[in-house]
Design a protein around this ligand. Structure first.
Ligand code: DLZ
Length: 159
């Protein structure tokens, strides 16, 4: 297994489903792209390492995390898409904007997942500081994009 998985010990990774014919959409918020790009890359690398085909993994951009719900809806409704992984990073500021965005996205992604009966994964960092985000986008706390990808795979294995 590649080094992309060294921080995934929190997951049981035996008996994962075959994803070689599954299509994935990685939705990526452009806000805080220095964080969201490595998260997205982590998710893509992990899907490929666990058997997804490169041609079956699409990366689609939305402006900010708030737009992830609508983006997820567009792709989750496509029959050929097996799972959507939504990647964003909402850093706490001087106002409460982060609370509003985070709650809206969490609820929106849950709604889309239940509406279309597909995994829609919450790969959104909600840190207090930029350093906390860096720590989780390939830093000392690993790459949460890797974890989002494993979560998608595991959810596809539910019978
Ligand atoms: C407006 C805004 C702010 C202040 N902060 C962030 C952020 O930290 N992370 C993020 O992904 N997006 C942010 N946005 C943009 C909103 O998500 C959204 O794109 C706009 O409010 C337009 O709907």
């Amino acid at each position: 297994m590649s080094s992309a998985h060294k921080n995934l010990s929190i997951f049981k990774t035996e008996n994962l489903p075959d994803i070689s014919d599954k299509k994935f959409v990685i939705l990526v918020a452009e806000w805080n792209e220095d964080i969201t790009e490595p998260l997205a890359q982590g998710a893509i690398d992990t899907l490929l390492a666990y058997g997804a085909k490169e041609a079956n993994v699409s990366k689609i951009y939305v402006p900010g995390s708030y737009e992830l719900s609508f983006g997820a809806q567009i792709y989750a409704q496509k029959e050929e898409v097996a799972a959507v992984i939504a990647i964003g990073c909402v850093i706490q500021g001087e106002t409460k904007h982060n609370d509003y965005i985070n709650h809206a996205v969490a609820g929106g992604l849950t709604d889309v997942s239940l509406k279309y009966n597909k995994p829609v994964i919450f790969g959104v960092l909600t840190p207090n500081t930029h350093q906390q985000a860096l720590d989780r986008a390939g830093g000392i706390h690993g790459n949460k994009g890797d974890e989002a990808a494993i979560t998608a795979i595991k959810m596809l294995g539910l019978k």
